[in-house]
Design a protein around this ligand. Sequence first.
Ligand code: PSU
Ligand code: MN
Length: 300
Amino acid sequence: MSVRIESEVAETIERGGAVVALESTIFSALGLPAPTNREVLDDCLAAIRAGGATPAVCAVIDGVAVVGTNDFDRVLATTRKLGERDLPVAIASGATGVTTVSATVAMAAAAGIEVFATGGIGGVHRGVERTGDISADLGAIARHPVVTVTAGVKGFLDVARTVEHLEMLGVPVIGWQTNEFPAFWSRTSGIHLDQRVDDVATMARIVRAARSLRSDTGLILAAPCPAAEAIDAQDLAPIIDGALQDAERAGVASGAVTPFVLERIFVSTNGRSIVANRSLAVQNAQIAATLSLALTTTSL
Ligand code: PSU
Ligand code: MN
């Protein structure tokens, strides 16, 4: 894939410095309500710089796949969501859109960026046996040599099946200071992880070990939402179940389900869901920056 790497990112890559890719969907109105979306973007950019790395926001602008765009007003005004498979058509038709996890890991890999920070990844949806709905994020993470730093998947997905699917795809899933796969707003999901790291130096060695196998498979570093802003899984479970039932009763289907459920969770938690979302996104940016910096001096 041919991507345009903007100057600061290109210069950082050239001198072997640390770079962290960011997706753009979470910072658009699809991911967070305004004006929080812009504030969270600014906080993530600042966290990456404070950690000694250069941020690289990915998006497609007028048919160009841009790694490291500074045109945030333009990007945040867009609500065309582009997964990896949407990139060829978007580029060929001169479209503008925000990139999901799947498109972002593809673009980061094309640019030679090894670390990517996001909030939550897509996963296997509840009811997959009826709908077949599995996010393209999982396959893309498996096919591109990028570490995705994430707070896991939202609890209205099927967390257990998501982790099983990642195992099937051969993706190492490593808990950041935890032995449990996190569920986005909640630190716990009940799903055990065999592998954990407690510092970035260890994670950097694991990444180098993965590359020494000549494998292009990505890795997941799963970091729970900071405790101060996290919401207890037990408190959230009935809210999620109620919201999913309401969606079904209201006839809300497919792509409309997630925004509907998110709005219900926002209301039912008195806005705490957004506070947690912001906190975990910034934390992931911080961890990604320090990991990317560690990678600049790590060999096996
Ligand atoms: N999960 C979140 N917030 C998000 C997304 C996922 O908690 O904003 C976005 C990301 O961009 C992710 C995409 O890559 O949704 C997955 O969409 P789908 O399930 O349609 O593959
Ligand atoms: Mn889907």
